[in-house]
Ligand binder design. Structure first.
Ligand code: HEC
Length: 202
């Protein structure tokens, strides 16, 4: 592992521990941001029936979760072989993207954080977690909400889905972003990408 990434990983140890610590939490709310969360000041007409989420009308969380859980049928796997990653809770991982974003995602060079990219509203990225036996152990999901949802983080919405396919946490999860903002990922819309030599043939 290059030294730069090792430093990044150390900086994210707290986040990684949280990822582990939150594995059994089925409360559906984030311990890291709930106290700082406020109702969106705009679009309040869409807030009735909110199930305790902080998305308001700027993201349809149920739709995103359903889409993400359908990854194996509807998304494209980018990496050739499942390997270890910086995510806790996983022995190995796979990266899945929607077909319409495949070309752009493949173009990300994790070493240089190029080219400059901005993924559109509705984009969903899935990282599939596998356990030591290669069995499904959960998903982490990033989805692009409407502008204004999370302006400091390019309006990304984050989720941690467990092996039982239940949502452990979702929303503006601080520890997700603390890593995804690391090592200069801003130009590639806070995505790391998969090295070209680890990808399947397009
Ligand atoms: C310890 C640091 C760390 C934490 C915490 C973390 N990530 Fe990641 N994530 C990474 C790194 C590094 C990659 C790409 C390389 C890899 O897998 O190691 C990545 C890749 C991803 C990808 C694939 C898209 C991409 O960036 O190329 C998704 C989706 C993702 N993470 C979602 C999440 C979500 C959701 C959370 C919080 C529940 C989270 N991550 C927490 C470091 C982290």
């Amino acid at each position: 592992m290059p030294i730069q990434r090792t430093i990044g990983a150390i900086g994210c140890v707290a986040g990684a521990l949280l990822l582990l610590a939150c594995a059994g939490d089925d409360g559906g709310s984030s311990a890291t941001d709930s106290s700082a969360t406020t109702e969106p000041s705009e679009g309040s007409e869409g807030s009735e029936g909110s199930a305790g989420s902080d998305g308001g009308s700027l993201i349809d969380e149920d739709f995103v979760v359903a889409e993400a859980l359908g990854y194996a049928d509807n998304f494209v796997k980018i990496n050739a072989v499942a390997e270890g990653s910086q995510h806790g809770l996983a022995d190995t991982v796979n990266y899945w993207v929607q077909p319409e974003h495949e070309v752009e995602y493949r173009s990300i060079d994790p070493a240089t954080h190029t080219p400059e990219l901005s993924f559109p509203v509705g984009t969903i990225m899935v990282k599939e977690h596998l356990d030591a036996m290669g069995e499904f152990a959960g998903l982490t999901v990033m989805a692009k909400a409407e502008p204004g949802y999370n302006p400091d983080q390019n309006d990304w919405w984050f989720a941690n889905i467990g092996a039982d396919m239940g949502v452990n946490e979702s929303g503006k999860i601080g520890y997700c972003f603390s890593c995804h903002d690391g090592n200069g990922t801003a130009p590639t819309d806070y995505l790391y990408g998969v090295p070209a030599d680890k990808q399947t043939a397009p």
